[in-house]
Every structure is written in C-alpha cells, then in structure tokens.
Design a protein around this ligand. Structure first.
Ligand SMILES: [Zn+2]
Length: 649
C-alpha cells in the first residue's frame, strides 16, 4: 500500500504531457497539445492533452482522464500499479505501507498463476512447432483443418504431449510450484497420482483484455466418443468463464476501429473469421452469453452481430441471447447461416470477399429475424399471432433508447401487419407494469432500510436521467468556483456585495433540497460545499486528481467537454462573448434548467405513487401525494416562467 502523502507527491509530479509523450507524439495546438489517440485507430488527431488542467481527452473515442487514468488504461494496470509506474518515471521513492498478509498473498497468488500460465503457453507452442509428436499429431491436425501458420502464431496455439505428466514434470524442473500448477488446473493431482489436464490435446490459450494468458481450452484428437471433445481450464482466481471472451485481446482494436463486434460460439469460429480477414470477432465459448460478457464488448462498441449455427439449437440460443443484449442498450443484429453450417465451416468455405459480401446481404436486425422465424408457424391462427406480437413487443420494450425503439416499432408494424398505435399501447402496458414493479420494489427497499436504522446506507448507482444538466452544473462550478459574478444588494443596508459562482450555485441547489441519484455528483457537491469559502481550494485539481478513479475520470471528462460549451454559445446570436463574461446570465439559467428537469422527474414519480394509492384505496396517502403534486406543479410553473417556456397542463 502506498501512503497518502506519497500519492500526492506522485500526482503533483506526474505531468500529463510528459506521461503521454512516452507513447504519443504531441504537437502544440493553442494552449493544448494534440496527437493520434493510442486507444483507437485514427488518421486525423483528436486526442487532446491539456497541460493546464492535467488531463487528456480523446474526442474520437471519448476516453479521458488524468495521468493515472492514462497509464491504467494504456498499460492495463491497477490503480496502485499505475502509481508505482509514475513514481518510477518521476523518480519518487515510494514508502509502501505494509500490505496485510492476506492482501499480499492474494496478489502474489494471482501473479504466480499468471506466470505459470505464461510458461505453459510457451511450452505448448514450442511443443506444437518443434517436437516430433507435436508436429505429426497437433500441427498436422491444424493444417488439415486449413488453419494457416500466421493464425497459429497469432493465437499462440499449442499442443500438450500425450504422456501422463510430461508437462508437469517440465514445469517443476523449471521451478514452478505444484501449488500453482494445480490452482490453474494445468495439473490434476490426487493422492496416488499426478497428471496433465490437457495431455494429447491441441491447446487454445485464452487471453484477457490485456493479452495475458489466463486459461486454456484443449481439443482432443481421438475419435473416442467417451472423451470430451473440448476440455477447459477450471474457474480460478484468474479465470472467470462468464467474464471472459475468447479472442477479445486479438479483436479489441478492430472492434473499436470498425465499431462493431461479431459474436460466434467457439474457438475455431474465431480463428476462421480471422483467417478470412474479419478480426472484430469474439466467442462466448461454451457458456451461454452473460451480462458481464456483453458489458466487456460494450467497452469497445455498442454494435453486436450474433452469428450462430444454422441448426435449431443455434437459432434458439441466439434468441435467448437477444433480450439480454437489448437491455444493455446495445444494437443487435443477427447473421443466420444456411442450415447445416457453423461459423467455422462457413467462413472456411468462402473467400474473404465472399464472406464480407454474404454478411452485408444477410445480416438482419433482430425484429425481422425473430418475426420471420416465428411468423411461419402462426400463419392464420389469430391467437398464436397475438402471442407472437406480444413476445416481440416485449423485446422492444426493454430497449433503453427511444429512437431505436421507434424504428423497431415501425418495422414490426410493417412485418406483422399490425398498426403502430396498437404496438405502442402494448409497449405502454408492459412499461407501466415494469414501473409498477419497480416502484413496489423501491417501496420495499425503503421499508427494509427503515427497519434497520443502524445500518449504513449504501448508495446504489441508479440510471441518471439528466446527465447533461448535472455535468454542466459541475463544469461551471469547477471552472468558475471562486469567480465573483453576482452583485447582490443587501435589502437593509443597500450595500452591494459580490458573490462567487460557487456560492450562488450551491445555495440555489440547497434552497430546494434537491439531491441527486448520481453518487459522483453528490460527492462533488458535498465537497464543494465544505470548501466554498476556502480560497486555496483548487476544485479542478482536487477532483481530476482524486484517488477514486471514478471521480477523477468523471471530473476529467466533464472538464474536457467542449461541445456542451459551444452548443450553448451557438444559440447566442451574432456577437460572441466569452463564457466567463456571461456567467451572470448563464449560471442562473443553468440552475433553473436543472431544477425543472428534476421537478419533472419528481412529478412523474408522484404520479406513479398516486396511481398506486388510488388502486389501494389509501385515501390518506392519496391526499398527501395530491397535495405534493399541486405544489410541485406550481414550482415548475415558476421555473418555466423564468426560463421563458410556457407550460401546458
Ligand atoms: Zn481515441
């Protein structure tokens, strides 16, 4: 553990330009520096470094943060390791606090398991390419399958010799401990015997996002039906099947560059796609798709095309995956393959050009896919058709984005010959049901919380409905915190007094008792309140260098948001004034916009509660909610008047 004062010294020394320049050539552009983004492929630079603010931001892929975030992201390091990296670069001696025995052991254990896996991968690869058994059995099998040598090298394929514990012996001779060979599952040890898990199998190493080997898949070459065709490493401290995607390391660059990811089933599917020149492909290998896997893909792109076998099981599997993918706000397409083909056989049967062409012509959005598939079975049966409509509407209703939903409804209406209005009303029914369930759950949670008063309240991250307004508030607060922009007359003494932006915004927010559901927002506001009179407090520095990386990235991204700024001023008319000259106009407007959005949300929630209360015939509650509702309506009217809107009630 690194102590706090050392962390501060590192952060002070870690000049962002120096750090980034290690990896990217930067050119001066005004007060900033510009270069090609190391996180995505680009030809024209959109990667910006602001030495004054100590942050970087790519306007191409959206990555941003401070020096620590940069090193973490680029070198795939943990927070403490990124700090150590920076300390080394800037010659700062680290006073490490003693790690607890447990922490140390866990860290050492993971690292040892990674090291043993790296050794195993090299051993298996060498055996495949150099040893007689590897060449005649393993390599000739791969060649027979038409897998090229460059693909074998790229995926670091290998072969484990077929002799009880040859690999384990070799590893032990090199000094690797039995403990870690066992924990990674490479060796199986019983009281009376020891043997290699993957003996006689062709090896597919599984890499994590950073490219380190964390597990293996082994394919048998015997035709014995009793032997499992594929054998995988067991779950371990370094390998969680449900959080891993085969091929992600080799695919991540192209997924980002092409903004799209193909999802296939197995190891060889991935290899065949690469071989055909399509490299933005991953496999969920053996497990049915998990939420964690979807989120892993979404880190690189929100567009997924599911490619599954053309048989019934494959189609059913792809239907199962879809709703989950949709719920995560991902755009999903399906690539159905001809009956009897799997991605591997199919990709191998055609040239790269033909495959690309086939994908282009046959990729369908999921509504079309699901509809066509199921329409055939319902034909003239109105009851079955109604059930089908309902099922598809259910899938559409989970899509978070309104525009995408609208497009799907149009498509669905056309394909199934049902009026759009009917579909909309079905969706509303489902959503009402969902929000009722949600409200009920919330009430339950509140009741549970209330029943155990001593328990600390854990803040859950809830979807943020007015991110733009909150970000703008924070940006203006951080940037102009101490700037005096408001001259307010004291009513009694008629003395004019100047107030800072910080003072103004915070007291406005406080006066209405509005709280945010976003823990980052709430944390920043609370910290600013503590420091509103502290002239030495530098909010930009404090938050962009905050040890909690979520806070530092949140703050860095907000400080780098230039489009919000320019959008606001494009409305401003012919003459341009700088933002800082217009604070006395801008800031109050912003606060009002924020408040009215907030009030609208509260109204919506109240309306649900009113519904609920009237359904339960709870007159007392109903009156109370109605009263609150009326009051909020008034507040909203006042706010809208200030904003120059007209409310329609
Ligand atoms: Zn970028």
């Amino acid at each position: 553990m690194i102590d706090q004062s050392t962390i501060e010294r590192i952060l002070d020394a870690a000049n962002i330009s120096d750090v980034v320049s290690e990896f990217v050539t930067l050119k001066k552009r005004g007060v900033n520096q510009l270069g090609l983004c190391p996180f995505h492929n680009e030809k024209t630079p959109s990667f910006t470094v602001s030495p004054a603010k100590g942050i970087f931001k790519c306007f191409g892929c959206g990555k941003g943060g401070n020096s620590v975030n940069f090193v973490m992201e680029l070198e795939q390091l943990s927070y403490p390791d990124a700090l150590r990296w920076l300390a080394k670069k800037f010659h700062i001696e680290i006073e490490e606090k003693e790690e607890s025995q447990e922490e140390k052991q866990l860290k050492d254990e993971r690292e040892s398991m990674m090291i043993v896996s790296a050794f195993a991968q090299k051993y298996f690869s060498r055996f495949l390419l150099k040893e007689n058994e590897g060449r005649t059995i393993g390599l000739s099998y791969l060649r027979e399958r038409g897998i090229r040598d460059d693909i074998i090298t790229k995926f670091e394929l290998g072969y484990c010799p077929d002799g009880k514990d040859l690999f384990t012996q070799a590893a032990q001779r090199e000094g690797y401990k039995m403990n870690f060979l066992e924990k990674t599952g490479l060796t199986i040890k019983r009281e009376e015997w020891v043997r290699d898990r993957f003996g006689g199998r062709v090896i597919f190493p599984v890499h994590n996002v950073a490219g380190r080997v964390i597990a293996f898949g082994g394919r048998t070459l015997t035709n014995d039906k009793k032997v499992a065709k594929y054998l995988n490493s067991p779950e371990s401290e370094i390998y969680h099947k449900g959080r891993t995607l085969y091929g992600i390391y080799q695919a991540k660059r192209d997924i980002t560059k092409l903004d799209k990811c193909y999802l296939v089933e197995g190891y060889t599917d991935v290899l065949s796609f690469h071989q055909a020149g399509i490299e933005n492909v991953v496999a969920s290998s053996g497990t049915s798709l998990t939420i964690d896997q979807i989120r892993l893909i979404r880190r690189f792109s929100p567009n997924i095309t599911i490619v599954y076998d053309g048989d019934d099981a494959g189609i059913k599997a792809s239907l199962r995956g879809i709703d989950m993918v949709l719920e995560e706000g991902i755009n999903v397409k399906v690539l159905p393959l001809p009956r009897g083909e799997d991605p591997d056989s199919f990709a191998r049967s055609m040239s790269a050009g033909e495959l690309t062409e086939y994908i282009k012509n046959n990729e369908t959005d999921f509504i079309k896919f699901k509809t066509q598939l199921l329409m055939g079975t319902v034909e003239n049966d109105p009851v079955s058709k109604a059930r089908l409509v309902n099922e598809i509407v259910r899938s559409i209703s989970v899509i978070p984005d309104t525009i995408t939903r609208t497009i799907y409804i149009k498509e669905c209406s056309r394909l199934m010959d049902v009026q759009e209005a009917v579909l909309y009303s079905e969706i509303r029914k489902i959503q009402n049901k969902q929000s009722e369930d949600h409200t009920r759950k919330e009430i339950q949670e509140i009741q549970i919380q209330a029943s155990k008063p001593a328990a600390p309240v854990t803040q859950k991250k809830v979807a943020n409905h007015f991110e733009t307004e909150e970000r703008e508030i924070i940006r203006v607060l951080l940037k102009y915190f101490h700037q005096e922009a408001f001259d307010i007359e004291n009513e009694e003494t008629h003395e004019m007094k100047s107030y800072t932006v910080g003072y103004y915004v915070l007291s406005e927010l406080k006066s209405d008792g509005l709280t945010s559901v976003d823990p980052n927002f709430s944390f920043i506001i609370a910290t600013l309140e503590e420091n509103v009179d502290n002239k030495d407090f530098d909010p930009v520095k404090f938050f962009t260098q905050h040890p909690n990386t979520e806070i530092s990235q949140f703050a860095s991204n907000i400080m780098a948001d230039k489009y919000v700024e320019s959008k606001r001023w494009s409305k401003g008319g012919a003459f341009i004034e700088t933002e800082s000259e217009l604070l006395y106009l801008l800031v109050p407007k912003l606060v009002q916009e924020y408040k009215s959005k907030k009030v609208k949300l509260m109204l919506k929630k109240l309306e649900q509660q009113i519904n609920e209360a009237s359904k339960n015939n709870d007159t007392e509650k109903l009156m109370e909610y109605m009263g609150q509702h009326m009051k909020l309506k008034e507040v909203l009217k006042d706010l809208s008047a200030l904003l120059g809107f007209r409310t329609i009630s």
